[in-house]
Design a protein around this ligand. Structure first.
Ligand code: SF4
Length: 373
């Protein structure tokens, strides 16, 4: 129990499944995933993109398998990827079986769309034989016709009914390693659907606001939708859908989790918007620092504040801080563990802070390794 109870999020208790080596649900950390947008059949391009996605910190990556050429490339892709690969399948049960055989850790497939009961059994058998999980992915844009006839339009009741229908098929086949998503591009519909689903079933939930938009508008919409659910304790894995580089999706996903204190990764920079009081160029300094500190994965905090109005106060709660000395002064104050320690000249600021952060990261990692021994 924290002394700051207003920050506590009580997570919904879901059963735990595994996507490859990544636990999802239960008390597992909320995982971040994204999806490649290369042609899957081009294994080299897809593996190159997965490398960048891994470096950004993604826990899981999804790859589309629209045809046989794609599932043929999956073997090399799954072998090369250091994070579990989810095969995205629509309708074609054979692609699902091929992907499972190729090493996919999870199949994103809706069993109700595969066709006959025999086909479902074959897919479930392939998943069991190869240790694959599944994700049922209900989407407001592709709800089944009978549900659209029944409800007239995509609504939370229809989304949940669709999800439970698919889940029942897997349960009937004695397959329990599945998670569910009920995505919509409308954040209200998605949030209401996830709330209703979270009460109807205990499997882990994969959150997303689908087709959220471009980098900025999609980030805002995702932060509202996914953030709202996570804040309510709902959600075990997330994917931010942006019309942008998948690496950006991973960054935004982690930023949502960091903002809610649900996961920590890398340097959390606290910076002011800057104004006439700034003692140095805050905006460009932060931009450069974000870039120069991308390689740091150790969780820590850094405050970069333009002047003494808010600098000392913000530095109090961070591992490392810099506060500008006021317009025209040309120097500022370095803080370590909240305490002012020495001044540096503005031109030395970036190199010096990068050095301090790298040193602190090494200390934290060394202490962690020592504790683990
Ligand atoms: S901290 Fe100082 S420089 Fe930054 S916005 Fe506030 S008053 Fe302006």
């Amino acid at each position: 129990m924290s002394v700051r109870t207003y920050r506590e999020i009580q997570r919904r208790k879901s059963r735990q499944i595994h996507v490859g080596s990544v636990a999802i649900g239960g008390d597992a950390p909320i995982s971040v995933q994204t999806m490649t947008n290369t042609v899957t059949a081009d294994a080299k391009a897809t593996i190159d993109q997965i490398r960048r996605i891994e470096e950004a910190g993604a826990d899981i990556v999804r790859v589309s398998c629209p045809d046989e050429e794609s599932t043929a490339a999956m073997k090399a892709i799954c072998k090369a990827s250091t994070i579990p690969v989810v095969a995205d399948i629509h309708f074609h049960y054979k692609r699902a079986i091929e992907a499972a055989e190729a090493g996919a850790a999870c199949l994103r497939i809706n069993p109700g769309n595969i066709g006959s009961a025999d086909r479902v059994r074959e897919v479930v058998k392939a998943a069991k034989d190869h240790g694959c999980a599944m994700r049922i992915g209900v989407n407001a844009g592709s709800l089944e016709k009978d549900l659209m006839d029944k409800y007239g339009e995509p609504c939370p009741e229809a989304m949940v009914e669709s999800a439970l229908n698919h889940a029942r098929i897997l349960d009937d086949n004695d397959f329990r390693e599945y998670k569910i998503s009920v995505k919509a591009s409308d954040a209200f519909l998605a949030v209401a659907s996830y709330h209703a689903l979270s009460e109807a079933i205990d499997c882990p939930l994969h959150l997303g606001i689908t087709e959220a938009g471009g980098l900025i508008s999609g980030t805002v919409k995702s932060a509202i939708g996914i953030g709202n659910l996570l804040w309510a304790g709902i959600g075990d894995t997330i994917r931010v859908s942006l019309s942008a580089d998948p690496v950006e999706e991973v960054r935004v996903g982690f930023d949502i989790l960091k903002s809610l204190g649900l996961r920590a990764r890398g340097v959390n920079i606290i910076s002011c918007p800057s104004c006439a009081r700034q003692g140095f160029d805050v905006i460009n300094t932060v931009k450069t620092l974000e870039d120069r500190l991308k390689h740091i994965t150790t969780p820590m905090s850094l405050s970069i504040i333009g002047c003494v109005v808010n600098g000392p106060g913000e530095a109090l709660g961070t591992d490392i801080g810099f506060t500008g000395g006021g317009a025209g002064k040309g120097h500022g104050q370095i803080y370590l563990n909240g305490q002012p320690v020495y001044r540096i000249q503005n031109p030395d600021l970036i190199d010096h802070v990068v050095e301090l952060v790298e040193k602190k990261a090494a200390e934290i990692e060394a202490a962690r390794n020592a504790a683990a021994e």
